[in-house]
Design a protein around this ligand. Structure first.
Ligand code: ZN
Ligand code: ZN
Length: 258
């Protein structure tokens, strides 16, 4: 079984929010079954955890609200939320941050509300309700649009990548170990950026592979790029604090040996 299969399986559970908040239970279960074919190993567990919640029949097993509570962060005081792109697994929790401004690329909103969404193949990773919720935030003055690279606060910047989704942006954060880049879906797995492979959901393949070069340029080293969907992230970085192992990781710490 390849890690690619493992992550596809893991992606079948809806997880909103940051890369550090993960469906760890699923990953651990899948990892235990790693020597068995994924179709056979994952199917019973999928039936166990996936219930009818929305059209996609996903269940959030580790909500962002719980993750923030575990870190002692009240959602009410969060001032800025960076939306890397509007795919359904990256832009839920519409009501969780009542004070926040939402940072989004011009191109992503244009893509998610324009003619491309007439095509089933392109609208597949979007949920109309998520997009509408973001449009409503525009009309209440709570969206900050960016066109390309921009600084959100000192030490935190966004960078347009495109490719996987037309207005996908990554996030660069200055940390004690140098610039860390949260790639989001600019590289789903370490394997994508390391080998130049492309995840099948893609708006523009050329921008995807150019994006790999951009990620490397923005990060202090290849070890500072954090993929959006790789279970290895939680294996390589230490827990934010005791008890959060396999759920919330510190990305400003040195990763374990690759
Ligand atoms: Zn995506
Ligand atoms: Zn994603």
């Amino acid at each position: 079984m390849h890690v690619h299969d493992l992550t596809r399986a893991a992606c079948d559970v809806k997880v909103d929010g940051a890369v550090v908040v993960r469906a760890a239970v699923v990953f651990k279960k899948a990892a235990r079954d790693i020597d068995r074919p994924v179709a056979a190993s994952f199917a019973p567990y999928a039936r166990e955890v996936i219930r009818e919640t929305r059209r996609r029949q996903r269940e959030i097993v580790k909500p962002v609200r719980d993750g923030l509570a575990a870190l002692g962060v009240a959602p009410e005081v969060v001032a800025d939320v960076i939306v890397t792109h509007l795919h359904y697994d990256h832009c839920g929790n519409h009501e969780l941050f009542p004070q926040a401004r939402y940072h989004l690329q011009d191109r992503e909103m244009a893509y998610a509300t324009g003619r491309c969404m007439c095509h089933p193949a392109l609208r597949l990773p979007f949920e109309a309700d998520d997009v509408v919720a973001m449009v409503r935030k525009v009309f209440t003055g709570r969206v900050a649009f960016h066109d390309g690279d921009d600084e959100i606060v000192p030490g935190v910047s966004v960078h347009l990548i495109g490719g996987h989704s037309r207005g996908l942006q990554c996030v660069r954060v200055k940390t004690r170990r140098g610039h860390v880049v949260l790639a989001s879906d600019a590289t789903h797995l370490y394997a994508h950026i390391d080998s130049g492979r492309v995840f099948p959901i893609t708006y523009n393949i050329g921008d995807v592979v150019e994006g790999y070069a951009t990620l490397k340029k923005l990060a202090a080293s290849p070890l500072h790029v954090v993929p959006g969907h790789d279970p290895l992230v939680l294996a390589r970085y230490p827990a934010a604090k005791p008890g959060l192992e396999g759920w919330i990781a510190r990305l400003d710490a040195e990763p374990k040996e690759f």
